[in-house]
Design a protein around this ligand. Structure first.
Ligand code: ZN
Length: 240
């Protein structure tokens, strides 16, 4: 708080706050006091004004910056949320992969040899059965065919007027196989129950093209073999 002295009564006077004031009235004697450093106070006033302007500018800049910061923060938050969502997607994918892995491994590692044709296919069993049946007069009509199968295997079979015997045997997952025989018109002629090596017999009264199916068990996969023998007509006693 600046003070000055009245030139008349020498009272100590407080200089008014207003920096633009160049004179003041003495409160004691009433004479007009010229404020000595009017020029300096004017400069000071200008300085104050400039400072105020600068402060206002700085405040405006700060406010602007704050707004930008808030906007950036909001963007970052949104980005984080999206990333989190992305992470969940990735986690879901990972979970799927983890759940699917055993299946994939089972297929590729344990099942691949069978797919590629290695390992048992039931063919050796069919050889044994056909060798046994050969002693009863059967001959090979369609030789052993081995295949990897996860579903029904369908095969066409042209026959004369003759009796046939269809054999199938499986390996791998194929614990039970079924056999079904169909006429040219699609009618089912014979079927054999679900066993590891089913057989079915049928006597065609005239030349025709038959079709037989080797039916695999549910979700079973692996190799299986099938063949057809031509056998003598069964006697009444040995009829099946
Ligand atoms: Zn005075």
């Amino acid at each position: 708080m600046a003070t000055t002295r009245c030139p008349d009564c020498h009272a100590s006077l407080v200089v008014p706050e207003d920096p633009t004031a160049t004179t003041m009235r003495c409160g004691y004697c009433g004479s007009t006091v010229v404020l000595a450093d009017a020029e300096a106070r004017r400069r000071h006033a200008i300085e104050l004004e400039r400072e105020a302007r600068l402060r206002a500018q700085a405040e405006a800049a700060a406010a602007r910056e704050q707004r930008q910061e808030a906007r950036a923060e909001a963007e970052r938050r949104e980005e984080r949320r999206e990333r989190r969502r992305g992470r969940w997607g990735a986690r879901l994918m990972t979970l799927t992969a983890v759940l699917a892995a055993p299946t994939i491994i089972a297929i590729t590692v344990f099942d691949l040899p069978a797919r590629l044709g290695f390992g048992a296919s039931g063919a050796d069993r069919l050889k044994q059965v056909s060798a046994q049946l050969a002693t009863t007069g059967c001959t090979v009509l369609a030789p052993i065919r081995s295949t990897y199968a996860t579903g029904t295997v369908s095969t066409l079979l042209p026959v004369q007027a003759q009796c046939i015997r269809v054999l199938a045997a499986g390996a791998g997952d194929h614990r039970t196989l079924g056999l079904r025989l169909f006429a040219a018109d699609g009618k089912e002629l014979a079927k054999a129950g679900d066993t590891l090596d089913p057989q079915l017999a049928y006597c065609a009264p005239a030349p025709t093209t038959l079709r037989y199916e080797v039916v695999v068990g549910p979700a079973a996969k692996g190799r299986l073999s099938h063949m057809v023998l031509a056998c003598p007509a069964p006697t009444a006693k040995g009829r099946e």
